[in-house]
Design a protein around this ligand. Structure first.
Ligand SMILES: *[C@@H]1O[C@H](CO)[C@@H](O)[C@H](O)[C@H]1NC(C)=O
Ligand SMILES: *[C@@H]1O[C@H](CO)[C@@H](O)[C@H](O)[C@H]1NC(C)=O
Ligand SMILES: *[C@@H]1O[C@H](CO)[C@@H](O)[C@H](O)[C@H]1NC(C)=O
Ligand SMILES: *[C@@H]1O[C@H](CO)[C@@H](O)[C@H](O)[C@H]1NC(C)=O
Ligand SMILES: *[C@@H]1O[C@H](CO)[C@@H](O)[C@H](O)[C@H]1NC(C)=O
Ligand SMILES: *[C@@H]1O[C@H](CO)[C@@H](O)[C@H](O)[C@H]1NC(C)=O
Ligand SMILES: *[C@@H]1O[C@H](CO)[C@@H](O)[C@H](O)[C@H]1NC(C)=O
Ligand SMILES: *[C@@H]1O[C@H](CO)[C@@H](O)[C@H](O)[C@H]1NC(C)=O
Length: 488
C-alpha cells in the first residue's frame, strides 16, 4: 500500500514534469518573438542560445547576439522543420563537428560576420539539404578540402571578406563540386594566383557567378586574357565588378593597378578571338552552346539560315541532346556563322561562332612543309655551329671520344627506321641524317615558340621512309650534311 502510493506520487511528479516540459517547448522564450513558425531572438544580447526553441520552428533568427560557440546541444530537441537559421554578427569562434546534427534539414545557413578562422574536415557534411551558405566577413584562412563534402545540394557559397589565400578549386571542378553549385564568391580575400586553365574550362553558368575580384592577384597575361574573355562574354562576375579587379605587378608588389588597364599600359597581351573557329576538310567538329544559365532550350542556325532543334539534324549537321552542334565531314562550303539561340523563361541568349573550313585536310600542305624545312635547316646550321665550336676548341682526347660515344648512342636509339636490306653506304647516310634530324625537330619546337605538331609528324614520316623522299629534299639535306662534322 505504502509502496504503491509512493509509486503513484512518483508518477504524478513525472507526469507533471513532462507536462511542464511540453508546455515550455511550446511557449515562446521571453527573449524571443514568435510569429507562428518564425522565432526571432535577434539583438537580445544573448550569451547562450535559449534552450527551448519550439520544435515547429522553421525560421530561427539568432543574429546580433554574443553567441561564441555552437555545439550539438544548442537545441535540446531535433528541429526537423527548421530550414533557415540566421547566426550572423555573433562573434562566433567555434562550431563543433556535430553542431548541426539536430537541424538536418537546413537549407539556408547564415554564419556571416563572425570570427571563424578555419573550416575543418567535413564541417558541414550533415547538412545534405543545404542550398545557401553565408560565411562572408569572417577570419577564415584555412579551408579543408573536405569541409563542404556532403553538401550535395549546395547552390550558393559566399566566402568573401575572409583571409583565404588558396583558391578552393575542389569546390568548382566537376569531379568534386556540388552538382547544383551555381555561385561561389571568394572576392575580398588574399588569393594571389588562380588556376587559370581549370577556371577557363568551367561552364559559363558557373563562371558567370564565380566572384574573384578584390584579391591581390599577380598581374600576368593569362589572368588578363581569362578576365577579358569573361568580360567579352558579358559574364556578371567580370562585368559587374570590372573596376574592383586589381592586380600587383610582378616586379613591384606595392603597386596595385586595375586589371583591365593592364593591356598596353603595362603589358602587351595578345587577345585571341573566342568566336572564331578553324577546321579542316572532312573534320568532325562539336560547337558548344555555353550559356550563362543552365537548362536553356537551344536552337542552332546554320550559315544558310536553316534552324536545327536539339536532338534533330542529319548526317552532316546535328544538334546533340545537350545542345551542342555537331558538324561532320566538313567542307569549305560549311564555313560561315553558326548561331545558337538559347531561350529560357526569363533570359534569352545568342551565341555566334564564325567557322572557317580550310580546303585541305589537317595535314600541312607543301607550303607548311616548306616553312618547316626552312626552320629545320636553320636548326641544323645552329647545331653544326655548336659542333664546330666544340671540335675547334682545344680539347683532350677523352672529350672527342665522349662526343663520339654520344653520337653513336643517338644513332642506336633511333635504329627503328633502319632497313636491313639497305646497302651499307645508303644506310650510313640514312643514319647520319637521322642524327641531324633528332635535335632539329626538338629545336624547331622550341625556337618557334609555337608547337607545330603536324610539321613534326611529317618529319617523322619522312624519317621513316627515307627512300621515298623527293629529290630536292634529299639534296638540301645532303648540302647541309656535307659541311657537317657530324658525318663520320
Ligand atoms: C605595348 O605595345 C604598344 C603598341 O605596340 C606600345 O606603345 C607599348 O609601349 C607597349 N607596352 C609595353 C609595356 O611593352
Ligand atoms: C571576333 O570575331 C568576330 C567575328 O569574326 C568579330 O565580329 C569580333 O569583332 C571579333 N572580336 C574581337 C575582339 O576581335
Ligand atoms: C535542369 O534539367 C535537369 C534535367 O532535365 C533537371 O534534373 C534539373 O533539375 C534542372 N535544373 C534546373 C535548375 O532547372
Ligand atoms: C540569313 O539571314 C541573314 C539575316 O537575317 C541575312 O543577312 C543572310 O543573307 C541570310 N542568308 C541566307 C543564305 O539566306
Ligand atoms: C543537313 O542539314 C543541313 C541544315 O539543315 C542542310 O544544309 C544540309 O543540306 C543537310 N544535309 C544533308 C546531307 O541532307
Ligand atoms: C554534349 O554531348 C557530347 C556528346 O555526348 C559531348 O561530346 C559534349 O562534350 C557535350 N557538351 C557539353 C557542353 O557537355
Ligand atoms: C525569349 O525569346 C522568346 C522566343 O524568341 C520570346 O518569346 C521571349 O519573350 C524572349 N524572352 C525574353 C526575356 O527576352
Ligand atoms: C578545294 O580544292 C579543290 C582541289 O584542290 C578544288 O577543286 C575546289 O574547287 C576547292 N574548293 C573550294 C571551295 O575552294
Amino acid at each position: 500500500m505504502w509502496k504503491s502510493s509512493a509509486l503513484g506520487f512518483r508518477l504524478t511528479i513525472l507526469a507533471l514534469f513532462g507536462c511542464w516540459a511540453n508546455v515550455a517547448a511550446l511557449t515562446c522564450h521571453p527573449d524571443c518573438i514568435c510569429a507562428s513558425n518564425i522565432v526571432s531572438c535577434s539583438k537580445k544580447e544573448l550569451v547562450a542560445i535559449p534552450n527551448s526553441i519550439p520544435e515547429y520552428t522553421a525560421i530561427l533568427d539568432l543574429s546580433y547576439n554574443s553567441l561564441s560557440r555552437l555545439r550539438a546541444e544548442w537545441t535540446s530537441v531535433h528541429l526537423n522543420k527548421l530550414h533557415t537559421l540566421f547566426f550572423s554578427h555573433n562573434g562566433l569562434i567555434f562550431i563543433s563537428e556535430e553542431a548541426f546534427s539536430r537541424v538536418l534539414h537546413l537549407r539556408y545557413l547564415d554564419l556571416s560576420s563572425n570570427k571563424l578562422r578555419t573550416l575543418e574536415e567535413l564541417h558541414f557534411h550533415e547538412l545534405e539539404e543545404l542550398e545557401v551558405l553565408l560565411l562572408y566577413n569572417n577570419q577564415i584562412s584555412q579551408i579543408d578540402k573536405t569541409a563542404f563534402e556532403g553538401t550535395s545540394k549546395l547552390q550558393k557559397l559566399y566566402l568573401s571578406q575572409n583571409q583565404i589565400s588558396r583558391f578552393p578549386l575542389e569546390l568548382v571542378v566537376k569531379k568534386t563540386r556540388s552538382p547544383e553549385l551555381e555561385l561561389l564568391d571568394v572576392s575580398g580575400n588574399k588569393i594571389k594566383s588562380l588556376p587559370i586553365a581549370e577556371l577557363n574550362s568551367l561552364p559559363a553558368f558557373l563562371k558567370n557567378s564565380l566572384y574573384l575580384h578584390d584579391n591581390p592577384l599577380l598581374c600576368d597575361c593569362p589572368l588578363y586574357l581569362l578576365l577579358t574573355q569573361w568580360h567579352a562574354r558579358q559574364l556578371n562576375s567580370a562585368v559587374d565588378f570590372r573596376d574592383e579587379f586589381q592586380c600587383v605587378l610582378p616586379l613591384n608588389h606595392k603597386l596595385s593597378i586595375r586589371l583591365f588597364n593592364l593591356q598596353s599600359d603595362y603589358m602587351n597581351c595578345s587577345v585571341p578571338n573566342d568566336s572564331e573557329l578553324e577546321a579542316f576538310l572532312e573534320d568532325t567538329l562539336t560547337i558548344h552552346c555555353d550559356t550563362k544559365l543552365r537548362n536553356m532550350t537551344k536552337v542552332w542556325m546554320t550559315p544558310s539560315n536553316e534552324t536545327i532543334q536539339a536532338g534533330q539534324g542529319n548526317q552532316s549537321a546535328q544538334v546533340l541532346p545537350n545542345g551542342s552542334l555537331q558538324l561532320r565531314e566538313l567542307r569549305p562550303e560549311d564555313s560561315g556563322t553558326y548561331t545558337c539561340f538559347a531561350i529560357s523563361s526569363h533570359f534569352n541568349e545568342t551565341i555566334s561562332v564564325q567557322l572557317k573550313v580550310h580546303n585541305s585536310s589537317a595535314i600541312v600542305g607543301y607550303e607548311g612543309l616548306n616553312t618547316a624545312y626552312t626552320t629545320l635547316v636553320g636548326c641544323v646550321a645552329s647545331v653544326v655551329l655548336v659542333l664546330i665550336y666544340l671540335y675547334l676548341t682545344p680539347c683532350h682526347c677523352w672529350c672527342r671520344k665522349k662526343a663520339e660515344t654520344q653520337q653513336e648512342e643517338s644513332i642506336h636509339s633511333s635504329s627503328l627506321s633502319t632497313t636491313p636490306t639497305h646497302q651499307a653506304e645508303a644506310e650510313k647516310e640514312a643514319l647520319d641524317m637521322r642524327v641531324a634530324f633528332i635535335d632539329p625537330a626538338r629545336c624547331g619546337l622550341g625556337q618557334n615558340g609555337k608547337v607545330q605538331p603536324n610539321a613534326v609528324e611529317q618529319f617523322e614520316d619522312k624519317r621513316l621512309s627515307a627512300t621515298s623522299r623527293k629529290k630536292s629534299d634529299s639534296e638540301s639535306f645532303s648540302t647541309v650534311l656535307l659541311d657537317s662534322p657530324v658525318v663520320v
